[in-house]
Design a protein. Structure first.
Length: 254
């Protein structure tokens, strides 16, 4: 079983990671706890000399459970400069309301607002919901399926010579598979893959996922390694269809 999980980990790091609607799966590990809990995370990357670079990522996730009801709030922001020129500027807020109907089934409602200057995303606001099912569970592993839909308002920056600026409204399917495994008492891995086609045009889709490896450094402190990839079949003009992001940081739990 341990060999299976290690092979699965290698596979997921290679093919599964991606990013779009915020992945909250790494935060689900603590929703079994009644009451309030959360975590803070930070990562810094920099260089001086031939290349002057600074990048900062800050975020928080807060959870509050009352019996079979859970509310989650996620905040995240990233800012970076290279040789004095801004090259990263993005942020999001995500809220989720979860009602656990049975041990292996839950109903979820969520809302999200985000901004990313360097994909021309002035604002994306979405509201959605769906069902989540536990497909498989073992001592150290579980696999979950989520199916639902979301209504999206998306505003792109107007730029000279481009024709796709302005605001658009549309529905998307939101479906995902999430796999979580504990390799040992100190190492946990979470991988999530999303598929989000437009309901009125299946050729307009986003493939999204995220892979996170957490290594426990102390009782309330983790080292966090993340790999994110996003593919948009119809990206905004001048924007590449695929993004890859990776991050190393620390996460403080309370």
């Amino acid at each position: 079983m341990r060999g299976f999980r290690l092979m699965g980990l290698c596979w997921a790091l290679y093919v599964a990671p991606a990013y779009a609607i915020v992945n909250i799966e790494q935060q689900r590990g603590a929703i079994d706890q009644q009451g309030f809990n959360g975590s803070l995370h930070a990562a810094v990357d920099g260089a001086t000399g031939n290349t002057d670079k600074v990048a900062l990522n800050l975020g928080a996730d807060l959870r509050w459970r009352r019996k079979n009801v859970v509310d989650i709030l996620l905040l995240d922001s990233a800012y970076g400069q290279s040789n004095g020129v801004r090259d990263t500027n993005r942020a999001f807020v995500h809220v989720r309301h979860i009602v656990i109907v049975r041990e292996r089934r839950s109903v979820e409602l969520f809302a999200q607002v985000e901004h990313d200057e360097f994909t021309r995303l002035q604002r994306r606001a979405l509201l959605g919901g769906g069902l989540r099912f536990r497909l498989f569970e073992a001592t150290h592993d579980h696999l979950d399926l989520g199916v639902g839909a979301m209504y999206v308002q998306e505003t792109l920056d107007d730029e000279p010579g481009l024709t796709d600026g302005g605001t658009d409204y549309f529905w998307r399917l939101n479906s995902y598979l999430n796999w979580q495994t504990e390799l040992n008492d100190t190492v946990r891995f979470v991988s999530t893959a999303y598929y989000q086609p437009a309901l009125d045009d299946p050729e307009d889709f986003r493939l999204l996922a995220d892979a996170d490896l957490k290594v426990k450094l102390a009782s309330n402190l983790d080292l966090k390694l993340s790999l994110e990839i996003a593919h948009d079949s119809r990206p905004p003009q001048t924007v590449e269809p695929t993004d890859v992001r990776y991050l190393t940081g620390i996460e403080l739990h309370f």
